[in-house]
Design a protein around this ligand. Structure first.
Ligand code: AMP
Ligand code: GLY
Length: 424
């Protein structure tokens, strides 16, 4: 069969690598892909939001199955569009993708279905928001979120009233996140440990993946600005069996049943961002896709043929699948261009990827890379996700950092503490 993967990040390289290993697959396309997918798939130069172009490509090339990486095409309705043309595609329809596309929709949904989450106030106007801040309804620090998609950057934690006021001013009046700032959500600031819980869903049945955790801040010890993710790891111990049961019973089950009951059954991968608070486990956010970089360490541990799982989602027979996981721990360290998440140069030669992988149990997933006259060069902020697994977390961390020493490009920045939160 022919599979099309939409996206260009480390997550999509990991998908292409895993899907390409399936005996069911003859050919993989990646739109637009990156320097890593170029060597295992055919890159197609179509942007992820070019819905007419992607649909036409899938029709022309008789694509059997399309897998969507990022949220933007899902929120724009790529699944509805493909299905109306009789094309098979994995991901939620636009109505279900609202769980990520509108934070206010997600909060109202959680209220309707008693899914535990932070207390919040949704504000349609600057005056509403200023009023709520003045009355200190949710206390300080206060979490402020632009309602719509803001490429993972639409969340600000304001320490006091003054910072909260200037933040809503920037989001709602200056529109620093564009239209996403038409409405804002003010949220109680939760304290605790964070975890990512990803679940395959077919609309009715669901299968949880192994737990993972990402590291969103740019610098060691969670300092500096938020990024798309500087690394992630997966270890069974991130959530105890009791905690996993709590997540499934109090959060995932009600979410999947709630979406189905409201006429928007969720098909694809549901990503639940969790905070383990002293008052129980609460939802920070829903995403409607695999996490990036969580997909890299999680898919690295998956032993099943991923295409079999995707076909079961499509056929709504996920209850007939049993997931098998490598009991090892896996760690993915993102190697970024120096300067990221701010300004950074591109077009810099990358060396040592093959040497890094030679050690064994190591895979280097590409994100911002491209091939230029046969030479691999940098092409984005997050460049590579070096991923390794080993029998326990300390060994996996040691292995990934040993491998990473082999890779060279300038200027380079990476965190030296990925996975260390799991050691405590
Ligand atoms: P989100 O895009 O909603 O996941 O938010 C990005 C990050 O902001 C999360 O990973 C958390 O670290 C933080 N965050 C979001 N909501 C809250 C909250 N209610 N309390 C504390 N931290 C939060
Ligand atoms: N790793 C966070 C995200 O994919 O949104």
């Amino acid at each position: 069969m022919k599979v099309l993967i939409i996206g260009s990040g480390g997550r999509e390289h990991a998908l292409a690598w895993k899907i390409g290993r399936s005996p069911r697959v003859d050919k993989v396309f990646c739109a637009p892909g990156n320097g890593g997918t170029a060597s295992i798939a055919e890159n197609v130069s179509l942007a992820v939001d070019n819905l007419p172009g992607l649909t036409q490509f899938a029709l022309d090339r008789s694509i059997d199955l399309t897998v969507v990486g990022p949220e933007l095409p899902l929120v724009l309705g790529i699944v509805d569009r493909f299905q109306s043309q009789g094309l098979s595609i994995i991901g939620p329809a636009a109505a279900a993708a609202r769980l990520e596309g509108s934070k206010i929709f997600a909060k109202n949904f959680m209220k309707r279905h008693q899914v535990p989450t932070a207390a919040c106030v949704a504000c349609d106007s600057l005056e509403d928001a200023m009023g709520s801040i003045r009355r200190a309804e949710l206390g300080f620090p206060l979490v402020i979120k632009a309602d719509g998609l803001a490429a993972g950057k639409g969340v600000v934690i304001a320490e006091d009233r003054q910072q909260a006021e200037s933040t809503v001013e920037r989001i709602m009046r200056q529109r620093v996140f564009g239209e996403a700032g038409e409405r804002v959500l003010l949220e109680e600031c939760l304290k605790g440990r964070e975890a990512s819980f990803l679940v395959f869903c077919d609309g009715e049945h669901f299968l949880p993946m192994v737990p993972s955790q990402d590291h969103k801040r740019a610098f060691d010890r969670d300092r500096g600005p938020n990024t798309g993710g500087m690394g992630a790891y997966s270890a069974d111990g991130i959530l105890s069996p009791e905690e996993q049961r709590e997540v499934v019973e109090a959060i995932v089950g009600p979410t999947i049943r709630g979406m189905a009951a409201e006429g928007s059954p969720f098909r694809g991968v549901l990503y639940v961002g969790l905070m383990l608070t002293p008052g129980g486990i609460k939802v920070l956010e829903y995403n409607v896709r695999l996490g990036d970089p969580e997909a890299q360490p999680v898919l690295f541990r998956l032993e099943n043929d991923l295409v079999e799982v995707l076909q079961a989602i499509h056929g709504q027979t996920l209850d007939s699948v049993r997931l098998r996981w490598d009991s090892a721990c896996s760690v993915c360290v993102v190697m970024a261009s120096g300067g990221y998440p701010g300004k950074y140069p591109t077009g810099k030669p990358i060396r040592g990827v093959g040497e890094a992988e030679a050690a064994g149990h190591v895979k280097v997933f590409h994100a911002g890379t491209r091939l230029q006259d046969g030479q691999l060069v940098t092409a984005g902020g997050r460049v590579l996700g070096v991923t390794a697994k080993d029998r326990d977390l300390p060994s996996a961390i040691a292995r990934v950092y040993r491998a990473l020493e082999r890779v060279r490009f300038e200027p380079m920045h990476f965190r030296t503490d990925i996975g260390s939160q799991g050691l405590n």
